[in-house]
Design a protein around this ligand. Structure first.
Ligand code: RP5
Ligand code: MG
Ligand code: MG
Length: 274
């Protein structure tokens, strides 16, 4: 991760706006004496008993597993500001301090399921395309996308890892909550989620990130080669998703946070059209 951009877009929510940080001022080691980030943590987070204490010095296990909360970062050891006792975003400045809408000081861990199948025509044949006349024909993938209720952007149906939860459970649970209707035969869902492949584990350039709290995620790939399994699993938006659809994959898609990178890793894995 070189620099982040989505977590520097000025509007944060209806109550807060970030201060502007130019590309060259993102790294902490670049001097920026005039830096005046906006301090913000939503009242919802401040009131939530499941969120961390507003006092960051109450957290004694930064960079460690703290009871059931994993406070380690995929980027390595992150620094703690010795004056404020707050963790510092490993990528750099964001124009906002505090936790914004995030529960934890430091890393907030999520899981993202990339669920794919081949795009087929009416006769069940896999559709192939090529980028230009010099390119090889490649099969086209479809993936399950949801439209987020909070900002209307299209995204993977991912979510936060619950305390003590294994990420392989998170991706399945979140997929069910956000993209499936209730009452689908569990055996189909179990089969779909039985052979997941880890694509990525990384810092996420999430619009909610601040200088002291940020998202990290593990993206897991679940591919239905024949399409027979996913044919049995109807999509239905739920929870924080407004829509859930099978979406054809190509490089022009615009997705939430860095979900496009996650999707591209699945495309490369299967040598599919991009
Ligand atoms: C992103 O936020 C992650 O990649 C994941 O998709 C998502 C988790 O947050 P919620 O969907 O629970 O808001 O950074
Ligand atoms: Mg969710
Ligand atoms: Mg979600």
């Amino acid at each position: 991760f070189k620099i982040h951009t989505k977590c520097r877009s000025l509007t944060y929510d209806s109550e807060a706006q970030r201060s502007q940080v130019s590309d060259d001022k993102v790294p902490w080691d670049v001097d920026y004496p005039d830096y005046k980030p906006v301090e913000y943590t939503t009242s919802k987070i401040l009131r939530n008993p499941k969120a961390d204490s507003p006092d960051p010095s109450k957290i004694t296990k930064y960079n460690q597993i703290d009871n059931k909360i994993d406070r380690r970062s995929f980027t390595g050891l992150y620094a703690i500001d010795p004056i404020t006792n707050r963790p510092l975003n490993p990528i750099g400045r964001t124009g906002m301090t505090g936790r914004g809408r995030l529960y934890h000081w430091g890393p907030n861990h999520a899981g993202d399921p990339v669920v794919t199948r081949w795009k087929r025509d009416g006769n069940g044949l896999v559709i192939c395309r090529r980028r230009n006349e010099f390119d090889r024909l490649k099969p086209v993938l479809e993936f399950v996308a949801i439209q987020r209720r909070d900002n209307k952007q299209w995204a993977l149906p991912g979510g936060m890892v619950d305390p003590g939860e294994n990420v392989s459970e998170t991706v399945k649970r979140e997929f069910q909550e956000e993209a499936l209707r209730e009452g689908i035969d569990e055996t189909y869902i179990k089969r779909l989620f039985s052979n997941g492949h880890k694509l990525f584990e990384s810092y996420v350039d999430d619009p909610r990130n601040t200088d002291n709290a940020w998202m990290e995620s593990i993206a897991m790939h679940f591919h239905d080669e024949t399409g027979q399994l996913t044919a049995k699993i109807d999509l239905n938006a739920g929870d924080d998703a407004e829509k859930a659809v099978w979406c054809p994959v190509d490089r022009t898609l615009e997705l939430y946070a860095c979900h496009k990178d996650f999707l591209k890793a699945a495309v490369d894995r299967l040598d599919a059209f991009w």
